[in-house]
Ligand binder design. Structure first.
Ligand code: GLC
Ligand code: CA
Length: 558
């Protein structure tokens, strides 16, 4: 049997600090607010919290631009609040993961400021400062958020610095040993504060293949996507080995990397001796992102494709390692809006998605609000959106000469702001998120979709998630659901997503009819008992399993 580890038995609840719960009426969610809702998270059954960045930051990329790794952002609290959160969570058996952003810092970080003010400072080499060619950038890389990845250094002629994301996020130079040492010190400092581990941001980008000059463009802007030169480049392995040796490997912590690794590298990255305990794959979450990466372009995908991705990723990871599974996070729109036609979004389909997620092999991540079926927000104008990426995507669509309303509709459907709206606690003003003026609009559907309402019913989405989590973390089925082998089922039946988890002779099946149509499947139903279903009544007579539209069932042979 698979080796037992506490982090394999974890259920992670991702919290977006600014939008979870405001404790002091300034309209911004904060650490104290999170602490106040620990019983809620505990009640759901999650035993790990992943905190999105809450470090000091100018928030140009919502906190992923860190100005001080050691300080909590004043907008969300002080360090003592965080230490208190860690302690109180610990008392409830909940571990706290910090978000570790090491590919870049904010341009307001002390290192970068020193590098700017003194070209001879040792901090210059913590980043990528390079001379241009006759005032033009050193090469024609396109940053992830659009435009050149090089920004002219103010006050210096023909000098540029590299930023893969916004220009306020200069990339760190991992070839500099002193810089790496500073990061290791910071990591160990946080671990000593009693955290449970880290979610590690954009880590595949740290090794750069620095090539200069005009490279072959892949777009009309004359630029070429930077990803080709900085994702998972040769030499990254040595850096990650050292990172692990100097930090993670010295403690019993959980490390979850934002790193979609190719099949042949699964063992190296997330095998038993890998650089990390587990990582996120992007394929299913990004099924609706066009090849070009431009969200204003229409995409087409089918449930069969989604099914194939789910099954492939599960099998690839199972062969050599351990994964972290998710449907939503702070970079995604809400899963119901992504995976379902508008007219089919309802409690049944929301529960169906939860069933798919929580049966997978790997450590599941539930993003705040997913467990109550929160949906995308629709705002009236682009100015109301906060996300830097959304604005970039919108500008790109306008530049491409497309109809403004069309661009607005497609870009905002995919906007990261859809999941960054305030948590909906109850049906009072601002959904109970704040007594003040919320920093970001609350989804107007809060009167219908909120925690208080969900907690009142045994039949709610929340209750269903809670039951699924219970099944996997404490019930008699726990071992099969955590350590059992993943085996696809009905993988050629249209619009069915199904698999079983097997441990010895014990078998639990997750079967989902992912369409608005009744079907029946060949299963000798009498051999099984029903552990869960998103329909109240289930037709268990006869030799076939009759599946209602969007029905999900969990069956066990023991
Ligand atoms: C990761 C984060 C995302 C952020 C980016 C740059 O992808 O999840 O929110 O914009 O890294 O740090
Ligand atoms: Ca606040």
């Amino acid at each position: 049997m698979e080796e037992k580890k506490w982090w394999k038995e974890a259920v992670i609840y991702e919290v977006y600090p600014k939008s979870f719960k405001d404790s002091n009426g300034d309209g911004i969610g904060d650490i104290k607010g999170i602490t106040s809702q620990l019983p809620y998270i505990k009640g759901l059954g999650a035993n790990t919290i992943w905190l999105c960045p809450c470090y000091k930051s100018p928030w140009s990329d919502n906190g992923y631009d860190i100005a001080d790794y050691y300080q909590v952002a004043p907008e969300v609290g002080v360090n003592e609040d965080l230490y208190e959160l860690i302690e109180k969570a610990g008392e409830l058996g909940i571990k706290v993961l910090m978000d570790l952003v090491m590919n870049h810092t904010s341009d307001e970080h002390e290192w970068f400021q020193k590098a700017l003010s003194d070209p001879d400072s040792q901090y210059r080499d913590y980043y990528f400062f390079r001379e241009g060619v006759n005032g033009q950038p050193p090469n024609n890389w396109r940053s992830y958020f659009g435009g050149s990845a090089w920004e002219p250094v103010p006050g210096e002629e023909n000098m540029f610095y590299l930023h893969a994301f916004t220009k306020k996020m200069p990339d760190l130079n991992w070839d500099n040993p002193a810089m790496r040492k500073e990061l290791y010190k910071m990591i160990n400092w946080w671990i000593d504060k009693g955290i449970g581990g880290f979610r590690i941001d954009a880590i595949l980008n740290i090794k750069k293949n620095m090539v200069y000059g005009t490279l072959e463009a892949d777009g009309d802007d004359g630029l070429v996507g930077i990803q080709k030169y900085i994702i998972n480049q040769p030499g990254i392995g040595e850096l990650l080995s050292e990172l692990k040796a100097q930090t993670f490997s010295r403690y019993d912590i959980m490390t979850v990397a934002e790193a979609a690794v190719p099949d042949e590298q699964v063992a190296e990255f997330i095998g038993p001796d890998g650089y990390f305990n587990m990582s996120f794959d992007f394929r299913a979450a990004d099924i609706d992102v066009p090849e070009s990466g431009e969200w204003y372009e229409p995409t087409d995908w089918t449930v069969n494709q989604l099914r194939d991705i789910f099954l492939t990723v599960q099998k690839e990871v199972q062969n050599a390692g351990w994964g972290a599974t998710y449907l939503e996070n702070h970079d995604q729109n809400r899963s119901v809006n992504k995976y379902l036609p508008e007219s089919d979004i309802n409690d049944i389909t929301k529960k169906m998605l939860g069933t798919i997620l929580l049966g997978f092999r790997g450590t599941p991540v539930i993003y705040q609000g997913e467990e109550i079926g929160m949906e995308n927000i629709r705002l009236d104008s682009i100015d109301q959106y906060a996300d830097v990426q959304t604005h970039h995507q919108y500008q790109e669509g306008i530049k491409a000469g497309l109809d403004a309303q069309y661009v607005f509709n497609t870009v905002t459907k995919r906007s990261r702001d859809n999941s960054r709206t305030p948590m909906q606690w109850n049906n009072s003003k601002n959904a109970g998120f704040t007594d003040g003026t919320s920093w970001f609009p609350v989804n107007p559907d809060y009167a219908k979709i909120n925690v208080e309402t969900e907690l009142q019913s045994d039949n709610s989405i929340y209750a269903y998630y809670k039951a699924l989590i219970h099944l996997r973390t404490v019930s008699q089925y726990k071992d099969t659901l955590i350590y059992g082998k993943f085996v696809p089922m009905f993988d050629t039946v249209d619009n069915v997503i199904a698999y079983k988890r097997q441990l010895g002779t014990q078998e639990i099946q997750f079967i989902v009819n992912f369409q608005n149509k009744r079907i029946d499947l060949d299963i000798d139903i009498e051999q099984f008992k029903v552990l869960m279903s998103n329909y109240e009544a289930l037709d268990l007579t006869g030799a076939k399993l009759v599946m209602e539209p969007y029905q999900a069932v969990v069956l066990s042979n023991y």
